[in-house]
Ligand binder design. Structure first.
Ligand SMILES: C[S@@+](CC[C@H](N)C(=O)[O-])C[C@H]1O[C@@H](n2cnc3c(N)ncnc32)[C@H](O)[C@@H]1O
Length: 219
């Protein structure tokens, strides 16, 4: 008898959703990827001088403080996604005064449904999300969505574990990235603007090695 793969996928997705919902019962300051200020992201983003009405998408945003930065800077069209409803609920409560500027989308990047309705995106941001996708189909689906949504002259910032980093994040195996692999998966319409390795210190003092890579879509 063959495997009913859609059922297996559904079970795996339910497991992952509850994994992330459990994670987001902790205060954000205790998470292994917490940033009081998203410094490398802010430096790269600020230099782009995007207009305040730019459509900004945050894949797997969790409870990132980069959203706080964007609303403080008067960005008015922010799209925040996560698979965890607990993460989104925490953000909504924290940013309650700014909720008119923020669109919250609880959805799975590897099996998108509501995410298919995203508007054209000027800035796509992913820190420590893409690296959780180990299945080739899921990676392909992620990049398909990205290419469908990021418009010409739009930017993509990917910040993922690099090959020197740990094998796991949040107890889950990761797929580590180089700028070359990101470029290969994005394709030749996207041009690398800059890339650098970054050592992130976790709240417990351990180091995680990230690569930050900023791409611009030319066509
Ligand atoms: C390590 S955390 C990083 C959170 C945030 N990007 C940051 O830098 O603080 C990974 C995030 O990805 C989210 N996530 C994991 N798998 C996802 C999926 N398939 N679709 C959407 N979000 C996902 C998790 O819920 C979690 O918030």
């Amino acid at each position: 008898m063959g495997c009913d793969c859609s059922k297996v996928n559904k079970l795996e997705n339910n497991y992952l959703k509850s994994h992330w919902d459990d994670v987001y019962t902790k205060p954000k300051e205790q998470l292994g990827w917490y940033e009081k200020e998203a410094t490398p992201t802010i430096q790269l983003f600020a230099a782009l001088n995007l207009p305040k009405h730019a459509n900004i998408f945050m894949a797997g945003a969790g409870t990132t403080t980069f959203v706080d930065y964007l609303v403080e800077q008067d960005y008015t069209s922010i799209f925040v996604n996560d698979i965890s409803s607990n993460a989104i609920q925490q953000l909504k409560e924290r940013l309650t005064e700014h909720n008119s500027k923020i669109n919250y989308i609880i959805d799975d990047l590897t099996h998108p449904s509501k995410l298919n309705d995203l508007p054209p995106i000027n800035f796509w941001y992913d820190r420590a999300v893409l690296h959780f996708f180990n299945d080739e189909e899921e990676i392909i689906t992620y990049f398909h969505l990205l290419k469908d949504k990021v418009i010409s002259n739009g930017y993509v910032l990917l910040a993922e574990f690099n090959p020197n980093s740990a094998d796991k994040c949040s107890g889950l195996l990761v797929h580590k990235y180089t700028a070359e692999e990101m470029q290969h998966r994005l394709g030749s319409n996207f041009k690398l603007q800059q890339a650098f390795n970054y050592e992130y210190t976790m709240p417990n003092g351990n180091i995680r090695h990230y690569i930050y890579a900023l791409f611009r879509r030319e066509k």
